[in-house]
Design a protein around this ligand. Structure first.
Ligand code: NAD
Length: 479
C-alpha cells in the first residue's frame, strides 16, 4: 500500500482530518490511492496561506512566472506516459486517451508560461490636455479552483496555469474520485519554484472544502467546472458576496448530420463524440440529429459501429471504451436507459452492465431513436448513452439542435458550404464544429458555452485573462 496522499498547504504536505480511498473503475480490487480529506477549518488554513502569498506572487516578474510554468509543463510532458497510466487507472479512460490528456496538461502549462510574458496594456490619449491614460490588467487575488473528475489533469491545468500566469494565488479542490491525479500534479507544481502559499491543494468534499472556498471572504474568485445544479448554487453564494465567478457546466450537445454528409466521416464523428471517453465529456454528442434522406442508412451503420466498440479495462491494449468512472455514475446511466424504454424511445443497442476479466463498472454503449421531447434527449446523462433524432431537413435540424437548455458545443456534418456557414452563425452554442466531433478542442483558443452550460468569461487561450485579471485605468498628468 502506498503512503496516504496529503494536502499541500502553505508550502508543506499536511495530513487530513479523515481518509478517503480512490479505486480503479476497471478493477475494483485495486485501490489507487488513500488520501487525506480536509474539513472546513483546514480549507480555511489554505485560503489564508494563499492570501498571505498574494502580494509576493502578484509582484513576481514575468520571467519568474514563465520559468515556474515552463518547468511544470516540461515535467508533465516528460512524464506523460506515467501520468497517463495513473489517470487511466483512476478515472478509467483508455490509456491512449489518458496519455493524450496528460500531454494536453503539459501543453497548457507551456502555453500559459508564454502568456506570463505576453502581458500587455494600452496607453491612450486622454480627452483632457496633458493627461495620459494607462489601461493595465492586474491579478484578481486568491482564486478557488473547483474541478470535476472527468479530465483530472487537463481541467486543473487549464485553471491553475492561467491563474498563476496572471499572478493569482490558488486553492485547488479536485473531485473526490481522482485525488491521485490531483496529487501528482500538485507534487510537480510544489517543486517548480513558487513561493509558499501561492499554490495549495486541498482534497475533500464539495460540501465542506468546496463550499468553504465559495463562501470565504478572502477568496476573490471561483472557477468551477462540474454539474449545472452544483454550479447554480455556487453562482448564488459567490455573487451574493460579490466574488468573481466562472462556471463551466453540463451539456446536451447536438451533432447534426445532413443528407449530403460524407457517411464515413459522419459516423466517425458520431461514434467518437458520443462514446469515446465513455461518453463522460461535457462536449459529448448525446443528440445525433439526422435528416430524412440519410436517416435509414446512417442509423443502421451507427448501430453496427456502436455494437463493434470494444469495452474493456482502460489499460488493456485494444480497449476503445473504458469503464464508467463510478458505481453512482453507472447507476445513473442505466436508470436513463430504463427511462428511455419507459418513455417510448426505440432501443437500438447497448445499455447493459458488462462482465469483464476484472470486476469493474463496465457497460455497453447505448443507442436509441428518440423524440425531441423525451427526457433521454433533453437531460445530461454523462455516460455512453446517445440518441438519434430524425429531422425533415436542415431548418428543422437546426431548430432541434437549439431546442435545449444547454449551449456548450454543436456540430454539423455536411458537404454544403451554405449550411455549414449558416450553422456556424446560428447554432446557439459557445463552440461549433463542422465535419468534426463535438468533443476535442484546441488549448490555445477560448473554451466555453452559453445558456445553462456556462457562466462568466471563457476559459483557455488568451481569453482566460478576462477571468484571471481585473482591469485598471490609471490617469497621469505630467506636471
Ligand atoms: P459535480 O458538480 O458533482 O462536482 C464538481 C466539483 O464540485 C467537485 O470537485 C465537487 O466536489 C464540487 N462540489 C460539489 N458540491 C459543491 C458545493 N456545494 N460547493 C462547492 N463545490 C462543490 O460534477 P462532477 O460529477 O464531478 O462532474 C460531472 C459534471 O461536470 C457534468 O455535468 C459535466 O458536464 C461537467 N463538466 C463540464 C465541463 C465544461 O467545461 N463545461 C467539463 C467537464 C465536466
Amino acid at each position: 500500500m502506498q503512503p496516504t496522499l496529503k494536502h499541500f498547504i502553505n508550502g508543506r504536505w499536511e495530513t487530513g482530518v479523515t481518509l478517503g480511498v480512490s479505486e480503479n473503475p476497471s478493477d475494483l480490487s485495486e485501490v489507487v490511492a488513500e488520501f487525506a480529506r480536509a474539513d472546513a477549518a483546514q480549507a480555511e488554513t489554505a485560503i489564508r496561506a494563499a492570501a498571505d502569498a498574494r502580494d509576493s506572487w502578484a509582484d513576481s516578474a514575468p520571467q519568474r512566472r514563465f520559468d515556474v510554468l515552463d518547468t511544470i509543463g516540461s515535467e508533465i510532458l516528460a512524464r506523460r506516459d506515467e501520468l497517463g497510466r495513473l489517470l487511466a487507472r483512476e478515472e478509467g479512460k483508455t490509456l491512449p486517451e489518458a496519455v493524450a490528456e496528460a500531454t494536453r496538461a503539459g501543453q497548457i502549462f507551456k502555453f500559459f508560461a508564454g502568456e506570463a510574458l505576453r502581458q500587455t496594456g494600452e496607453r491612450v490619449p486622454s480627452v483632457r490636455p496633458g493627461v495620459e491614460v494607462d489601461i493595465t490588467r492586474e491579478p484578481v487575488g486568491v482564486v478557488g479552483l473547483i474541478a470535476p473528475w472527468n479530465f483530472p489533469l487537463a481541467i486543473p491545468a487549464w485553471k491553475i496555469a492561467p491563474a498563476l500566469a496572471h499572478g493569482n494565488t490558488v486553492v485547488f479542490k479536485p473531485a473526490e474520485l481522482v485525488p491521485a491525479c490531483a496529487h501528482a500534479l500538485a507534487e510537480i507544481i510544489s517543486r517548480a519554484g513558487l513561493p509558499a502559499g501561492a499554490f495549495n491543494l486541498v482534497m475533500g468534499s464539495g460540501r465542506s472544502v468546496g463550499q468553504t472556498l465559495v463562501d470565504h471572504p478572502l477568496v476573490d474568485a471561483i472557477s468551477f467546472t462540474g454539474s449545472t445544479s452544483v454550479g447554480e448554487g455556487i453562482l448564488k453564494a459567490a455573487t451574493a458576496r460579490r466574488a468573481k465567478v466562472q462556471l463551466e457546466m453540463g451539456g446536451k450537445n447536438p451533432l447534426v448530420v445532413l443528407d449530403d454528409a460524407d457517411l464515413g466521416r459522419a459516423l466517425d464523428c458520431a461514434v467518437q463524440g458520443a462514446f469515446y471517453s465513455t461518453g463522460q465529456r461535457c462536449t459529448a454528442s448525446s443528440r445525433i440529429i439526422v435528416t430524412a434522406g440519410l436517416h435509414g442508412r446512417f442509423v443502421q451503420a451507427l448501430r453496427e459501429r456502436t455494437q463493434a466498440l470494444v469495452v474493456d479495462h482502460a489499460l488493456k491494449r485494444g480497449s476503445e471504451i473504458g469503464p464508467v468512472a463510478s458505481e453512482a455514475q453507472l447507476a445513473q446511466n442505466l436508470s436513463y436507459v430504463e427511462l428511455g424504454r419507459r418513455e417510448g424511445a426505440e432501443w437500438l443497442t447497448g445499455g447493459e452492465r458488462l462482465q469483464r476479466d476484472t470486476r469493474g463498472h463496465y457497460m455497453s454503449p447505448a443507442l436509441f431513436l428518440a423524440e425531441p421531447q423525451h427526457r433521454l434527449a433533453r437531460e445530461e446523462i454523462f455516460g455512453p448513452v446517445a440518441c438519434v433524432i430524425r429531422a425533415a431537413d436542415y431548418d428543422e435540424a437546426l431548430a432541434l439542435a437549439n431546442d435545449t437548455p444547454y449551449g456548450l458545443c454543436a456540430g454539423i456534418c455536411t458537404a454544403s458550404l451554405k449550411h455549414a456557414t449558416h450553422f456556424k452563425r446560428h447554432a446557439q452554442a459557445g463552440m461549433v464544429m463542422v465535419n468534426l466531433p463535438t468533443a476535442g478542442v484546441d488549448y490555445h483558443v477560448p473554451f466555453g458555452g452559453r445558456k445553462a452550460s456556462s457562466h462568466g468569461p471563457r476559459e483557455q487561450g488568451r481569453h482566460a485573462a478576462e477571468f484571471y485579471t481585473t482591469v485598471k485605468t490609471a490617469y497621469t498628468h505630467a506636471s
